[in-house]
Design a binder for this molecule. Sequence first.
Ligand code: TUI
Length: 312
Amino acid sequence: MKTEITELLGIEYPVIQGGMAWVAECHLAAAVSNAGGLGLIAAGGAPAEWVREQIRETKKLTDKPFGVNIMLMNPESEKVAKVIVEEGVKVVTTGAGSPEKYMADWKAAGVKVIPVVASVALAKRMERCGADAVVAEGCEAGGHIGELTTMVLVPQVADAVNIPVIAAGGIADGRGMAAAFMLGAKGIQMGTVFAASKESVIHENYKNSILKAKDIDSRVTGRSTGHPIRVLRNDMARKYLELEKSGAPFEELEQLTLGSLRKAVQEGDTKNGSLMAGQIAGMIKEERTCADIISSTVSEAGKLMNGVSANE
Ligand code: TUI
C-alpha cells in the first residue's frame, strides 16, 4: 500500500506506532518496523541516556526505518532532541507541545519531523515551520489528549495543510484505517493495540486490563488541571476524579499521577497505576503479533476501500 507516508518514510505500510511512554521501547519499535510499519521509541519522561541506549538496541533488532517520540513536557526534551541528531535517528514524532525550537537542528540533520497535533491551528503552525507531516490525534486516544474527536479533527486538518496527515485516536483495525483514509488521512497511527501485542513488554496485568476492557471503561482525568489524560477506569482514576470534583489543589493531583504510569507498566499495579489506553481498548480482545496486527489491518482496509471505488 503506497501513500505519501510510505514514500516519505521508506516503509512498506502507512502504519506508525504511537509513542507510548514506558511502553514503546526497543522490542516493540523493532517489531513494528520489521512488520513493515514505523516503530517508535517513546522518550516519555525518561533520561536522554536511556533514549540513546534504546536507539542503539533498536538498531541491533531491525535494519528498517524507526523513529523516536519526544514528549515535550519532559524537562529532558532538550537533551533528547540532541541525542536524536547524534544517533542519526531518521524520524521524530512529538507530543504534548510544540517542537518549534528543535525544528531547525532536526531539519539540518535530515530528520523527518512529524508533530502530533490536536488542533488545526497547531497543524498549520507546524507546516509553516517545516514539518514533513502531522499526526492528527483525536481524543479517543490514550494518554494526554486534546478536545476534538478523530472524526472531526482529521478532515479539518487535512483541509488546512498541504503536508500529509496521519490519523490517530480510536483506530485498531482495517475499518478504522479505511475510515481515516476517507477523512483525508494518508496514514494511521495506532497505540493501544500495539501496547497489547505479543511483542509489547508491558506487565501482563496491564496487558490483561486492556484485553478485558469494555467500551465504557475509559475515563479522562486531569481536565481541571489542563492536563487531560485518558486512562482505563480503576481505583486510581476514581480517586483522582473524586479529588478533582472536590476542588483539590493542583499539587495534590499531580502527586497522585507522579510515576503512576511507570507503576502500571513495570510493576503491573493495575489498582494504583495509571492505565493509559485509548477508547478502542474495548475492541481489543486478544494478544497478537505486530505483524499480524499490521497485515490484517492493511488488508481489511484495502478491501473496504476497493469496495468504495467499485461502487462509484
Ligand atoms: O502526547 C500525547 N500523548 C501522551 S504524552 C504522555 S506522557 C505523560 N505522562 C504523564 C503526564 C502527562 C503526559 C501520555 N500521552 N499525544 C499527543 C498530543 N499532543 N495530544 C495532544 C497534544 C497536544 C496538546 C496541546 C499538543 C500540543 C498542544 O499545545 C501546544 C501548543 O503550544 O499549542
